[in-house]
Design a protein around this ligand. Sequence first.
Ligand code: NDP
Length: 253
Amino acid sequence: MTRNLFEGKNVLVVGGNSGIGLAAAKAFSQEGANLIITGRNVETLTSKADEIGGRTSAYQCDVTDMEQIKDLVVKVELEFGYIDVLFISAGQYSSGSINSVTEENWDWLMDTNLKGMFFTIQGMLPLMGNPSSIVLMGSIAGRLAVAESPVYAASKAGVRSLARSLAADFVTKGIRVNVVSPGPTDTPAYRKLKGEGNTLQQVEWEKKLSTIPMNRLGTPEEVAKAVLFLASSDSSFTTGAEILVDGGEVYLS
Ligand code: NDP
């Protein structure tokens, strides 16, 4: 059942053409939002905007490219004038022990997960309404010891730190900043990692599943519900916070 929670609200979902971003975009649209989704892949963006329906526009923007972020700011200003909700889901995952991490790999991951996030927020800041809400995509990897994924874990710990500091900076501007941190979630990115058909990886992932107290993956829709809560006035007294959507992995294991 929908409550038209975002009727007339301008919502920008960065990384909205796949996985958790797409699930959140669909949920925002069902709640009546004026929506802009972004990503790098133009073809996917157009077809996903059609799939989402409602008042949805799609613009290409690679968050690792500062010029593309500036272009996006102009487009969002032209279309929306101001933003009620900024949700940044765009992110990449990479694993590898310390010796296998190259400078190029470090830069790619940090540029996408942290630098791109920071400069997207910086660019959109003049457009953020009062009140408005920024929701950032973290991960339980930012809280746990994650063997063989040190760079990803560091990038996601950085997201939590960024959110708390920006929440403090923006609190007098009426802009709330919060983080949603999922555990393993059944998205295209996750399925790629799992390497369907690869027996060794299948075994490793089954071991991974057994570390989740609820013994299953989360769904993108379950994560989207936490995003919508933090984006909406239902969480009007919440800022600098983090919601875990992880089947109990952080606190129960
Ligand atoms: P998907 O690969 O399904 O979606 C990732 C999205 O990010 C796509 O829309 C993609 O669009 C976009 N994206 C990737 N790189 C860039 C870039 N450089 N610039 C702009 N957009 C980009 O992944 P998930 O939905 O699984 O992941 C979404 C977020 O959730 C990530 O931040 C991830 O770290 C986090 N997360 C995921 C978990 C999981 O188990 N799935 C667990 C914990 C956190 P395009 O390809 O068109 O650029």
